[in-house]
Design a protein around this ligand. Sequence first.
Ligand SMILES: NC(=O)c1ccc[n+]([C@@H]2O[C@H](COP(=O)([O-])OP(=O)(O)OC[C@H]3O[C@@H](n4cnc5c(N)ncnc54)[C@H](OP(=O)(O)O)[C@@H]3O)[C@@H](O)[C@H]2O)c1
Length: 229
Amino acid sequence: MQYWIMGAGGIGCALARACLARGDQVVIFSRTDPAIDGAEWQAVDNTDQAALTEATAAHALPDRVINTLGMLHQGEQQPEKRIEQLDEAAFSNSLRINTWPTLAMAQLLSARLTRSQTLQFAALSARVGSISDNRAGGWYSYRISKAALNMAIKTIGIEWQRRFPAATIVGLHPGTVATRLSAPFRSGLAEGQLHTPAQAARHLLQVLDRVQPEHSGRLFAWDGQEIQP
Ligand SMILES: NC(=O)c1ccc[n+]([C@@H]2O[C@H](COP(=O)([O-])OP(=O)(O)OC[C@H]3O[C@@H](n4cnc5c(N)ncnc54)[C@H](OP(=O)(O)O)[C@@H]3O)[C@@H](O)[C@H]2O)c1
């Protein structure tokens, strides 16, 4: 099987390694070279649509595309505890990293897909982007950009069922995973709640192995359970 993996963070790299271990071929699209033996690396900022279109143009469409981009905190930008902390530039930055690349990738895939092509496109989302599951509040930029991502996935799913009925797009929640993204927010986790990136990659590939075109537009957790929007 051939994969395009967008982003080489903690989960992106673990997914690449897990795919290679299964004998799959992997092209990683990321800003810096993760130097993973056996994987091909293509330098690109996945938030830049023109650059992404150019970087992917030389490659035949794969069987699976997995977008692993995501940002909860970066430099000065921290998840908001109260509405007064919300900042327009930071909010736009969250949408640019957490929402836009999936839309940009879906757009370039749609220009190249045929009706009978069985491509799967998975974007890593987060349970906190579920509107019905929001009990704790806070984290405005992250929650809203992931909720928007979930709506993007749902909307593309509806369009693809009509235009590309053999293709699939889903959102995946990886669980709480020991990466840079979750590092400041892990205190108070119950025993066994924190997964290693390798465990998360294994879980996510197991979910993807069961996903069919009729699941398009939906969001699944690492254990295969569907998450309601
Ligand atoms: N870790 C968790 O507990 C957890 C929980 C729920 C959901 N998730 C989701 O899982 C996905 C993977 O997260 P992770 O834990 O692997 O995080 P990570 O190690 O921090 O990786 C983040 C990725 O996002 C990309 N990225 C971040 N800022 C960017 C920017 N300004 N411009 C372009 N690309 C940028 C990076 O791309 P480059 O490789 O190009 O640098 C990197 O590949 C995300 O969607 C995250 O929201 C994670």
